[in-house]
Design a binder for this molecule. Structure first.
Ligand code: C2E
Ligand code: CA
Ligand code: CA
Length: 427
């Protein structure tokens, strides 16, 4: 890739991170009223420079509630509960403020966790009540105010979502302590010789009445609550124990044994703190397996979320001798030039590109370009979500090295996975 292309990609990447909707700042001269008590609320404001006085009038007497300065926000209450302004805002000196629309504010809040939302709603209600108390008889208005705001903020939904999530979080905490989680293993085949070249370890959480909690549901929750840190450490330890079992037995055809790998998913939350990365390193170092047979999978999204953190953490993991794979490639920003910044060994093409590739010329162009680029950068490629024989044949013709998907097997128990080591796949 040329220097110019790299530069362009870098600029786009940085722009992408900054592409939050921007609004023009508004300048208010000293003494200007920004909004009046009782007026409808359309914007909240973030103070860029200057000071804003928030005040109410009770029986003709001004009461200053707060004086706010740079970095502080005001006017958000009326936006959140749909009630009129409960106080007035006045610029004390010349002030520069950034307006935030109701839609933008609600978007930000709905992106947060249900528990954050519930805390926010409770805080607003309490704040509103204390204002109301100081201004007029609470009894006649409070219930009405509260129920109106409850409707507007869909408090009931927020409450039940939050309690459901809290319950799941407590259950997850208990399940980690009691080691209720298990691992499933999905075989990854080499297209050169049809042999199973490695497994991907995938966490499973059995439900009490049978069945499983879906990883797509509980992994994001584990990430939000940081429970992924202890859970992820358990996953790595357990997967390495399984790998050690494979290495010590004669399960693998002898000549293939030296580069058989175990892929383990690591979420970005596990890499945020130095001590958590060091914990992963110590699990790797205390295991009896050769680190060169361990492959750490990290999603493309995670690399892009915080490239600086990812660079430091991946370099540390890499220093132990493990291999690193970029997972779900194609689902994120898909900048091609950032790849060289990370010490990557394997690129896993997301299954959305692979599913039905053989019948789709556009997909074929994209997938073969990705394979070519990965090879240029010295990476091998795993095609994920391979379900059809025709897709396997097409991938083979593109020199794709590995395939993973239901065509070979769904994720299975360790015992069943061992059975795959004795057979070759046909296509
Ligand atoms: P992933 O890392 O992309 O894992 C592959 C997922 O694709 C697995 O779903 C697997 O069952 C599914 N899959 C494999 N082959 C096929 C196929 O041919 N067709 C289709 N339709 N699906 C296929 P699973 O096990 O439900 O995991 C979902 C996601 O949950 C994973 O996506 C990963 O992001 C996360 N996850 C699972 N286990 C772990 C773990 O141990 N640690 C972390 N951090 N995340 C995990
Ligand atoms: Ca994965
Ligand atoms: Ca994947």
């Amino acid at each position: 890739m040329s220097e110019a292309a790299k530069k362009l990609d870098d600029t786009l990447l940085e722009l992408g991170q900054l592409l939050e909707p921007q609004h023009k700042a508004i300048r208010y001269m000293a003494g200007t009223r920004i909004f009046e008590s009782g007026a409808p609320g359309d914007f909240a404001y973030m103070i860029d420079s200057g000071y804003i006085e928030i005040s109410t009038f009770t029986e003709g007497t001004k009461q200053i509630i707060a004086i706010l300065g740079p970095g502080e926000i005001f006017g958000e209450m009326a936006l959140l509960d749909g009630q009129p302004r409960s106080a007035s805002a006045t610029a004390m000196h010349e002030a520069l403020v950034m307006p935030i629309s109701r839609e933008q504010l609600l978007n930000e809040i709905w992106q947060g966790s249900p528990i954050t939302r519930l805390i926010l709603i409770a805080a607003i209600d309490r704040l509103r009540t204390s204002f109301t108390k100081s201004q007029r008889s609470v009894d006649e208005n409070h219930d009405r105010d509260l129920s109106a705001s409850m409707e507007k903020m869909e408090v009931q939904t927020a409450r039940s979502n939050a309690s459901q999530q809290l319950r799941l979080r407590f259950e997850m905490e208990r399940a980690i302590k009691n080691e209720e989680f298990t691992l499933a293993y999905q075989p990854i085949a080499s297209l050169a010789d049809g042999r199973i070249a490695g497994f991907e370890a995938l966490v499973r959480w059995p439900q009490p009445g049978g069945g499983l909690h879906s990883p797509d549901q509980f992994i994001p929750l584990a990430e939000q609550s940081r429970l992924i840190v202890p859970l992820g450490a358990w996953i790595l330890k357990t997967a390495l124990r399984s790998l050690a079992t494979i290495g010590s037995g004669s399960a693998i055809q002898q000549d293939a044994q030296s580069d058989f790998f175990m892929s383990v998913n690591v979420s970005p939350r596990q890499l945020e703190r130095e001590e958590d990365v060091e914990h992963l390193v110590s699990i790797i170092e205390h295991s009896t397996v050769n680190p060169a047979n361990i492959k750490i999978e990290i999603t493309e999204q995670a690399l892009l979320l915080d490239p600086r953190m990812a660079t430091i953490a991946l370099a540390r993991l890499k220093s132990t001798g493990v291999l690193i794979a970029i997972d779900d490639f194609g689902t994120g920003y898909s900048s091609l030039s950032y790849l060289h910044r990370f010490p990557l060994d394997t690129l896993k093409i997301d299954r959305s590109f692979i599913d039905g590739v053989v019948n789709d010329k556009n997909r074929q162009r994209v997938v073969s370009a990705i394979i070519g680029l990965a090879h240029d950068l010295g990476m091998d490629v795993v095609a994920e979500g391979v379900e059809e024989r025709d897709d396997v044949r097409w991938l083979h013709a593109q020199s794709c090295r590995y395939i993973q998907g239901f065509y070979i097997s769904k994720p299975v128990s360790f015992f069943d996975a061992l059975g795959y080591l004795q057979r070759d796949i046909e296509f």
